[in-house]
Design a protein around this ligand. Structure first.
Ligand code: FES
Length: 101
């Protein structure tokens, strides 16, 4: 198995019960997953996208993290912001305005 260059964790607010509840999910984070998957394929990026449980930054949700860089992004409420993040990733940079950590 070839490891991806990037792992993108997208908060979907999963709780212990397995239900997706919480800020990020209510603000449409689930809709980001297919968009990210498509963009990654279109751009030829080596990246794995994973929906995850609460990242504990709910007041900044929807939130996502990119490893190995450790970029924590918040207030991701549009495809335009996802494009900015992926554009920057391709350049080896972060979108400073969207970083929360
Ligand atoms: S629900 Fe997304 S950070 Fe808490």
């Amino acid at each position: 198995m070839e490891k991806p260059d990037y792992h993108i964790l997208v908060c979907n607010s999963f709780r212990v019960s397995g239900e997706a509840q919480g800020v990020c999910n209510k603000k449409g984070a689930a809709g980001f997953l297919p968009y990210l998957e498509e963009e990654i394929i279109d751009r030829g990026l080596s990246a794995q996208v994973t929906a995850c449980g609460c990242l504990k930054v709910c007041d900044r949700g929807p939130a996502m993290v990119i490893y190995p860089q450790g970029y924590w992004y918040g207030d991701i409420d549009s495809e335009d912001k996802l494009d900015q993040i992926l554009d920057a990733l391709e350049e080896g940079e972060a979108v400073e305005d969207l970083l929360i950590s």
